[in-house]
Design a protein around this ligand. Structure first.
Ligand code: CA
Length: 392
């Protein structure tokens, strides 16, 4: 089970399976073994050492071609911003890894490799609860977390355990070893986008918060309804870098430039007490911090964002191995996470309000997260894009 490395990604199906079988408490030895193993820095799976691979960031070269049509107007009025596309260096280098409290966590974002993406339009913020509510009202769509798991999905599970729900972060009462995510994640009956923490919670007054508890299929369904699509990982990272070259964060190399807070992350002793020194304990409404140079908000922290690429930790090595610029990469053909070979995962980007330098640090712009596709959680959301060509 991956879980420590993917603390900030949705991990639900496996957790759900454990819950269904009522063996959560017994997950013990195997889980810890796997998690500890996951924490151990690993050699890359491709031939050669990381140090032998190209690792320099080369300048971002933006396209000069302006958009051929105004920003698209769909069933949601949210503003989209123009991302010019162009050529850039993608990934995270060893200096980025050194910032992270858990060595090896960012290894799947190496090596740095050269990528080109076409220009496109992108939502300036994550999709909000009020926007998602419009989609639900218009279509009657039922999200994955609202559906009752079936005995076909979970053969052998006791019927009383086949209940709808999703993953919810729960602070611990006191400091705990960071080797088992089940200490702070739980499967919560009745948790879904309308009740992000479970039935006792709701989204009244949270209209401008990112929608959470969305599985990949939910995000993709929304995007289709809105006449948009989910970004590729390369598009997302080009956009997040805002035209800058090789910076640690969307805004530069200083996490707090001039003592300014730039993103909603976690302060304090994880996972006991978030001190909210940045103004927010838990999720924040969208656009509470400065946008990047393309006008995009919250491309670091607050909520993870689904992108359309399947997850494989060796994908960057594959692209780098081509020895040429990867043009509009769409991700690997199939998913594979050696830490959880049976799970099908898509990439998530940006980190969340749970990211901390104690642990995951994946609010760094070149890093990667991953999420099992049928799982939502209360710290994962998404935003959409529209291709250049479709706006003509
Ligand atoms: Ca915070």
């Amino acid at each position: 089970m991956t879980k420590t490395r993917s603390l900030e990604t949705s991990t639900g199906r496996r957790l759900r399976t454990l819950y269904m079988w009522g063996v959560t408490a017994a997950a013990g030895a195997t889980l810890i073994f796997v998690v500890v193993n996951a924490l151990r820095p690993k050699k890359p799976e491709t031939a050669g050492s990381l140090s032998a691979l190209p690792s320099a960031f080369l300048p971002t070269v933006e396209n000069k071609t302006p958009p051929q049509a105004p920003a698209p107007q769909g069933p949601v009025s949210q503003g989209m911003v123009w991302i010019p596309g162009g050529e850039f260096s993608m990934g995270s280098d060893l200096s980025g890894e050194a910032v992270c409290g858990v060595p090896g966590v960012t290894r799947d974002a190496q090596p740095i490799h050269r990528v080109y993406v076409d220009g496109f339009w992108m939502d300036a913020t994550d999709v909000t609860n009020e926007q998602f509510a419009r989609f639900i009202a218009a279509t009657g769509y039922v999200t994955v977390a609202e559906g009752t798991p079936t005995s076909q999905e979970f053969p052998g599970a006791p019927p009383e355990n086949l209940v709808a729900g999703s993953l919810v972060f729960t602070p611990t009462a006191e400091p705990v070893p960071l080797d088992n995510i089940y200490r702070w994640w739980r499967y919560q009956k009745g948790a879904n986008w309308r009740h992000p923490q479970g039935p006792a919670s709701d989204i009244k007054g949270r209209e401008k918060y990112p929608v959470v508890q969305v599985a990949y299929a939910d995000a993709a369904a929304y995007a289709k309804w809105a006449g948009k699509r989910l970004p590729t990982e390369a598009e997302w990272e080009f956009a997040a870098r805002g035209g800058l070259t090789g910076k640690l964060y969307c805004w530069g190399d200083d996490f707090h430039p001039n003592d300014k807070v730039m993103a909603n992350t976690y302060q304090g002793n994880f996972p006991v007490k978030d001190t909210a020194a940045d103004g927010f304990a838990g999720l924040a409404p969208v656009a509470q911090f400065p946008p990047n140079d393309y006008g995009l908000y919250d491309m670091a922290g607050n909520a993870w964002q689904w992108v359309s690429d399947w997850y494989r930790p060796d994908y960057y090595s594959e692209l780098a191995g081509w020895g040429d610029v990867a043009r509009n990469p769409q991700g690997p053909a199939t998913p594979f996470d050696p830490e959880e070979p049976a799970e099908r995962k898509r990439v998530q980007k940006g980190g969340s309000f749970l990211c901390t330098d104690q642990y995951c640090t994946r609010y760094m712009v070149g890093t990667r997260g991953k999420g099992e596709i049928s799982s939502g959680s209360n710290h994962a959301s998404f935003r959409c894009v529209v291709s250049h060509d479709t706006t003509r």
